[in-house]
Design a protein around this ligand. Structure first.
Ligand code: SF4
Length: 493
């Protein structure tokens, strides 16, 4: 059944649309099995330290469109993440040799009286003000808990202002309180783009959409060899570019946690085929992904040649790395699909994965194809993974587990998680660029960085000696899942 409905202003949250969960303890194999049987049930926590917000995830995509502006219709505190995205935007500009400019993000500053009388007039005024100040080619309005609870009619305002200003003014519904799975914010951003910016195709092009965060341009060479051109979306694209992504020959996702909705929407609404194999991490995963790409782009022979020559180049080096990494153990903490990719990479390198704390789990993606299940690929290809925990960044659980597992290395995807490894004296590697581990070269890239980290552990050993833990001995001796499956009525947000 299609989960894409462009007639609706809002996309359904992941819990409802995909049956996604944020709490699980067991093995990866059990999780995959329960997902396939359709009997996956979320485990709530009776104590929760922190959570992300869909609004931030929507912003992280919309804020990087070069000629658009974003208005967060919210109390000003909800925009506390603006500076972080502006930093990412500025760094991305330097990497791409683009002129240095600040992102164009604004906030309506909803105050107490607006929550009584409504904030619609303030929003209209802000949209006009932003248009006069920065002349964007599109304006996105992201919503918040406050605007959602008050019931401001953001859809009507944006429709009206679109006509008045003759540019797309687009509502993006991403209130934090609606979903425990903050990646719902990616879906909200993509829903607003596909619904209001993307135009029906007039022709087919040789472009391939790459749904990615803001990583390196690793697809240029591969697609060039096959006679195609990458179109990296959404960060650092323009409004005009996004209008034509329906004309692409295919869509690639660097991470289905990010692009599940966009990939499916472009295929279901405009017939742009989505590559459905799990993303190309690890040798076997890359072979599968390459073959599907070749089939979709009608370049099977060329792809087989690339696979052959890449195997000849990479496998001897891989053997050397496997020798050096023999007997080493690892623990992973990351978002769902990228965490699954990291498991494949580490096991390809011969490391024993002692467990993982993965931020949520989608039992199926919007394409409805079980072939896309990257965790199932990990389990079927490399065997089961014990201590597989679905944990939405609850540091207390992570610290407890890490203290018991004591791996040789922790691999983290998000900055806020790395300090816990370091405080325990566990060498921790953080790589923010998903593209770094992609494809055949990605396996070697990771191997080199893991060796570097393992060979330079003096810093974390010293740090552990001189740092204190906020968690008591009592907690560290408890079952890490003491609060999982508890009473919702005392959950703390
Ligand atoms: S959870 Fe609600 S109040 Fe908090 S940042 Fe998100 S939208 Fe704002």
């Amino acid at each position: 059944m299609s989960t894409v409905n462009l007639h609706a202003p809002e996309v359904q949250i992941r819990e409802v649309r995909l049956g996604s969960i944020t709490g699980f303890e067991g093995t990866a194999g059990e999780l995959v099995k329960n997902s396939r049987l359709g009997c996956l049930k979320d485990s709530t926590r009776s104590f929760s330290q922190c959570m992300g917000c869909s609004s931030g995830n929507a912003l992280c995509q919309l804020a990087m469109i070069k000629d658009a502006a974003v208005i967060n219709h919210a109390p000003v505190g909800c925009s506390g993440d603006f500076f972080g995205y502006n930093f990412v935007y500025r760094v991305g500009q330097m990497e791409r040799n683009l002129p240095a400019v600040n992102g164009r993000y604004f906030n309506t500053n909803i105050e107490e009286q607006d929550t009584i009388f409504g904030g619609v007039e303030k929003l209209e005024e802000t949209i006009r003000g932003v248009y006069d100040r920065v002349h964007p080619n599109a304006i996105f309005v992201t919503t918040s808990c406050a605007s959602g609870i008050v019931g401001d009619d953001v859809e009507s305002v944006t429709e009206r202002l679109s006509h008045e200003l003759s540019i797309p003014v687009v509502a993006c519904f991403c209130e934090g309180f609606k979903s425990k799975i903050w990646t719902t914010g990616f879906d909200s951003a993509y829903h607003s783009i596909v619904r209001k910016l993307v135009k029906p195709p007039k022709k087919k092009t040789n472009k391939v959409n790459i749904i990615n965060f803001w990583g390196s341009h690793v697809f240029d060479e591969l697609l060039g060899q096959l006679g195609y051109e990458p179109d990296y979306i959404v960060p650092f694209s323009t409004v005009a570019q996004l209008e034509h992504i329906s004309e692409a020959a295919a869509t690639i996702q660097i991470c289905p946690t990010l692009g599940t909705y966009m990939g499916a929407a472009l295929e279901q609404v405009y017939g742009v085929p989505e590559i459905k194999s799990p993303p190309a991490y690890g040798m076997i995963g890359t072979d599968n992904w390459m073959r599907e790409l070749g089939k979709v782009l009608n370049r099977q022979e060329e792809v087989e040649e690339i696979i052959k020559s890449e195997h000849e180049r990479v496998i001897p080096k891989l053997q050397e790395y496997r020798e050096k990494l023999k007997g080493k153990t690892a623990y992973i903490t990351a978002g769902a699909a990228h965490g699954h990719a990291l498991i494949a990479l580490l096991r390809e390198l011969g490391l024993e994965v002692r467990g993982a704390a993965i931020f949520h789990h989608d039992p199926i993606y919007d394409n409805g194809d079980i072939q896309s299940d990257a965790l199932a690929h990990d389990v079927n290809t490399y065997g089961d993974i014990k201590n597989y925990n679905v944990c939405n960044k609850q540091a207390y659980e992570l610290v407890n587990i890490l203290n018991k597992v004591r791996p040789d290395i922790m691999i983290a995807r998000h900055g806020g998680m790395t300090l816990w490894g370091a405080k325990l004296g566990v060498p921790t590697l953080l790589i923010g660029d998903e593209q770094f581990g992609f494809g055949y070269q990605g396996v070697l890239n990771y191997a080199e960085r893991i060796l570097e980290t393992l060979n330079n552990k003096e810093f974390v050993i010293n740090l552990a000696k001189h740092s204190s833990m906020p968690y008591t001995k009592w907690w560290l001796e408890q079952n890490p899942f003491t609060f999982l499956g508890g009473d919702l009525s005392v959950e703390v947000y």
